[in-house]
Design a protein. Structure first.
Lengths: 281, 207
């Protein structure tokens, strides 16, 4: 088949004109005898199956633009309308949410940061506010692991993230989960061996500890020295006698503190007289 | 259709979203943070070193107050609730440690806690000290048994919620920004590191 043009091209060289009498006879048959006119007037209807086939093919290939035919199309149009309504409502809802967030943000967001703004965390520790969490009826203030990068706003807030009773301390940007929900025990329990190296690096310095989003305390040089002593080990990796003694000493202080302030006696650790007379006795 | 109904439901509930509970309580609230330090002749203060570097923060609202101590040794809050200006109750909550403690005291019980300050006398002096850009005056508080505290304050109308949680200063005509108490030649010093009159979130007083 591909060679057909070439075949016709070559056949052209072999064409032969019809005989002149044949042309004359054909003209006479068509025109002079009226055969052509008769053929033009004669009509023949195509077969029914052929018409249906052609109509079907056309209707499949060309979409119906009238918009009124077909149940499926009506369903499609209905879905389109509902979809448009849904999208509009979604847009409206999103707008409302953004508006609410922005308007409530005037109250909420500033409050979270003010104290930090008014008292930046520097060498002097500053403290502040938190919500006392407490689903169980007991204190469970928790801290957010992520500190706010900046401060702006005006309301003091207690917007902290509650992690149940587990807090997270932050040391130079490193998060440490509190052991037994206790800052001192976290440092003295050997739960985090890396604390030893950290304290060695910070030898002779105060250590700033971020308790939560708004509260930072300082471990004094002396306290850091005591804790560092506790991590001293022998060549076999076991704590030195001095380290064991230091740990025992810290644990005794903890017990004494609990006995003094958590007992039935009327001592208040937030009272300067009560606290001083306990720590300096 | 279902999608439409779901969106309609959420859009109607969105209008009824509850207002966050942390609305400011009052524009006249007061928040002061005090750093806790020790003044010693020797380096080592024993157990005191575990409190050294701590923070004590006072939140004084209109009807509520909170005093929060945060140190390496312990974290503890004292909440006071007022009803028409009168103390309703005081709640201690120990926030750190495995032994959770919560004590609720009546006003009478709270007074027993602070019995040592009953009958205290206040000697106001002309000495001044600049703290957080406030010119503070000196006051010496003498307790009945002879113990003495020194405070530095700036003249202001003291809030009842402030003096309730720090009863030692009930006779001082202002806001105390520094106070210290010496015992056995060792001094415990509280120095304000920030003072703030912005509204305090209601969440701070939730307990």
């Amino acid at each position: 088949m591909d060679k057909r043009p070439d075949i016709w091209f070559h056949l052209r060289d072999h064409q032969t004109p019809p005989p002149p009498e044949l042309q004359q006879r054909l003209r006479e048959a068509l025109y002079d005898n009226g055969a052509l006119e008769r053929l033009q007037q004669e009509e023949t209807a195509p077969p029914a199956f052929l018409r249906e086939s052609i109509t079907g093919t056309i209707s499949k290939s060309v979409p119906d633009r009238s918009g009124i035919t077909g149940k499926g199309h009506q369903l499609f149009r209905r879905k389109l309308i509902y979809g448009s309504i849904a999208a509009s409502l979604l847009l409206l809802l999103t707008g409302i949410s953004i508006y609410k967030t922005l308007t409530s943000g005037n109250v909420n967001s500033p409050k979270n940061n003010t104290v930090i703004k008014s008292a930046p965390i520097v060498s002097v520790p500053r403290g502040d506010s938190l919500k006392s969490a407490d689903t169980s009826g007991f204190a469970a203030i928790a801290s957010s692991g992520d500190l706010p990068a900046a401060a702006a706003g005006s309301t003091v807030s207690g917007d902290i993230v509650k992690h149940g009773r587990i807090w997270t301390l932050r040391l130079d940007g490193h998060s440490i989960r509190l052991v037994d929900n206790d800052p001192l025990f976290t440092f003295t329990s050997y739960h985090y061996p890396e604390i030893a190296n950290y304290l060695e690096e910070k030898a002779g310095e105060e250590i700033k500890v971020n308790v939560d989003q708004y509260t930072n305390i300082v471990i004094s040089k002396q306290a850091a020295l005591l804790i560092r002593e506790m991590y001293k080990t022998r060549s076999n990796g076991k704590p030195t006698r001095r380290a064991r003694k230091m740990k025992e000493r810290l644990e005794n202080w903890k017990k004494a503190d609990e006995k003094h302030f958590d007992g039935s006696a009327h001592f208040n650790p937030a009272d300067p007289v009560d606290l001083a007379e306990f720590i300096f006795k | 259709m279902r999608l439409f109904l779901i969106i309609l439901f959420f859009s109607t509930t969105a209008f009824d979203l509850p207002v966050p509970a942390d609305h400011p309580t009052s524009a006249a609230d007061l928040t002061i943070s005090y750093s806790i330090t020790l003044r010693l002749k020797k380096d080592n203060a024993g157990v005191g070193e575990i409190y050294n570097g701590g923070i004590q923060t006072l939140f004084a609202g209109k009807n509520e107050a909170r005093l929060r101590l945060a140190s390496l040794m312990r974290i503890e809050s004292i909440f006071a609730v007022f009803d028409n200006g009168a103390l309703k109750n005081v709640t201690f909550i120990k926030e750190s440690g495995s032994n959770k403690q919560r004590k609720v005291l009546s006003p009478d019980q709270w007074n027993q806690y602070n019995n040592k300050y009953n009958g205290a006398t206040y000697r106001l002096s002309g000495d001044t000290l600049l703290i957080l850009k406030h010119i503070c005056k000196k006051a010496v508080i003498s307790l009945k048994d002879g113990r003495q505290m020194t405070a530095w304050y700036y003249p202001d109308s003291p809030k009842s919620s402030f003096t309730c949680l720090l009863p030692a200063f009930s006779g001082i005509p202002g806001i105390v920004l520094k106070y210290e108490y010496t015992y056995r030649r060792k001094t415990l010093v509280y120095t304000a590191t920030s003072i703030n009159h912005e509204p305090i979130s209601a969440d701070v007083f939730m307990h």
